[in-house]
Design a protein around this ligand. Structure first.
Ligand code: PMP
Length: 395
């Protein structure tokens, strides 16, 4: 038996996908097992904030890997303490719980809010979430998500996630009752189609939460770690959430996520939150390297500049082709088309020769762009030109 031969049909995961096997990555570029190169505007689903195989990450992996990989979740390790310090110093939170995925961090946020409700709010447990939101694929985070169809497909759901309409304060207000403990949302709905919560909505939610003595939870798994041009997206709305979750970019490509909360909210007792690999030093050492790259002077200014370039380029395309504009922030953006060309464009872009282009269409009429945060001006220019060519050939 030759164990080095593989068959793509043996692997079943979240979605159907084209028979494409990647073997190598560098910066904004990927290479498949036939040697073809692709300009990558998906970047591991907005994960690889420093691009593929960033030198600082490789260095951290090598150094930490040869030093200490996994002491025990029962003891502290230096990289996790160093990363926790960076996360708390750069945010409004005092406490960090590490996790291995965004969904796991959100599970932690849900658990923390429920315990806080048990302790402070007479057992209130309901968490109001938004229609079309996405918080993960565990059973509680699926219940929290407002993805159409999931409520029936995996019934019975975890109880206690009434759904409000994004950017409609009244719809949230109407749902608040004595059992409500929190409101939870993404500052920009990523999977839902790059739909930003407005500043007024976020500020209104903060006020509403204060009036009712409930918590505001932001899921920054997709928007955090510089993706939207500031370290955390909530900072752009000038609000102070009570709980935040991070994932994706925090590890820059390794499985790392985090739950952050203010001290007075962090009511977990020992043993209630955590897991074998939480705060693993190999992952958190990479997290430290990633954080320091994002926090380096000028880095986020450049993200904002590239974001403006991408935004302007998409607006020009939209105007040229009679589309509906673009939206998003920083380097999480979407082109809103006037028809459902998304899948055809994604397909054509991937098949281009000699170099392919990797794009994502979360909805038929939408293209989402989530390049590396250190994507170059030329790479954005090149993507826009390629995209224009594909639209020309399709229409
Ligand atoms: N929350 C948000 C906002 C996300 O975008 C995602 C992933 N797309 C998740 C949670 C789940 O993260 P993970 O896939 O790491 O579990």
């Amino acid at each position: 038996m030759d164990f080095n031969q593989y068959d793509v049909n043996t692997l079943m995961e979240i979605t159907s996908r084209p028979d494409l096997v990647f073997v190598r990555g560098q910066g904004s570029w990927l290479e498949d097992n036939t040697g073809k190169r692709y300009l990558d505007f998906i970047q591991g689903w907005a994960v690889n904030c420093l691009g593929h195989s960033a030198p600082e990450m490789i260095r951290a992996l090598n150094e930490q890997g040869s030093k200490l990989m996994n002491p025990s979740p029962a003891y502290f390790n230096e990289p996790s303490l160093q990363l926790a310090k960076r996360l708390t110093q750069s945010s409004v939170f005092d406490r960090v719980f590490f996790a291995n995925s965004g969904a796991e961090a959100n599970e932690g946020a849900i658990k923390l809010a429920r315990k806080w409700g048990r302790v402070n709010r007479n057992g209130a447990y309901k968490i109001i979430t938004m229609d079309h939101s996405f918080h993960g694929r565990t059973i509680a985070t699926m219940s929290a998500s407002g993805k159409p169809g999931w409520d029936k497909m995996f019934a019975p759901q975890v109880d206690g996630f009434p759904k409000a309409d994004l950017n409609d304060l009244d719809s949230v207000r109407k749902l608040i009752d004595a059992q409500t403990v929190a409101v939870m949302l993404e500052p920009i709905q990523g999977e839902g189609g790059v739909i930003p919560a407005t500043k007024e909505f976020l500020q209104g939610l903060r006020k509403l939460a204060d009036e009712h003595g409930i918590l505001l939870i932001v899921d920054e798994v997709q928007t955090g770690m510089g993706r939207t041009g500031t370290m955390y997206a909530y900072q752009q709305a000038g609000i102070t959430p009570d709980i935040m979750t991070l994932g994706k970019g925090i590890g820059g490509g390794v499985p790392l996520a985090a739950l952050l909360a203010r001290q007075d909210v962090s009511v977990f007792s020992h043993g209630e939150q955590g897991g074998t690999y939480n705060g693993n030093p190999l992952m958190t050492a990479v997290g430290v390297a990633v954080f320091d790259a994002l926090a380096a002077p000028g880095f986020l200014d450049t993200v904002q500049a590239r974001g403006r370039q991408l935004s302007e380029g998409l607006l020009a395309l939209s105007a040229k082709w009679g589309m509906r504009g673009e939206r998003g922030a920083g380097l999480l953006r979407a082109l809103v088309m006037d028809r459902d060309d998304g899948p055809a464009i994604v397909d054509a872009a991937r098949k281009l020769n000699p170099e392919g282009l990797l794009l994502n269409a979360p909805r038929g009429n939408l293209l989402r762009f989530m390049p590396a945060l250190n994507v170059t001006e030329q790479e954005i220019e090149s993507m826009l030109k390629t995209l224009d060519g594909i639209i020309t050939s399709i229409r």
